[in-house]
Ligand binder design. Structure first.
Ligand SMILES: [Zn+2]
Length: 62
């Protein structure tokens, strides 16, 4: 299913280098979608939840 940019009404591109910032954590680059026109990024929500969960586990382990 193709995603559309809400603003530009163009199809967004799939990319795998989206930077996620969550508090002070630096997370691995995420797979998501980016609008080629305005650059807005859309991230797969399940992927982010996954990454945050493992980042929290890492912190708790120390
Ligand atoms: Zn756009």
């Amino acid at each position: 299913m193709a995603w559309m940019c809400n603003k530009c009404q163009v199809e967004v591109e799939e990319v795998d280098d989206i930077q996620i910032f969550f508090k002070d954590l630096s997370l691995p680059e995420a797979t998501g979608f980016r609008c080629p026109n305005c650059g807005v990024e859309y991230i797969d929500r399940d992927f982010v939840i996954d990454q945050l969960a493992s980042a929290e586990q890492m912190l708790e382990g120390k």
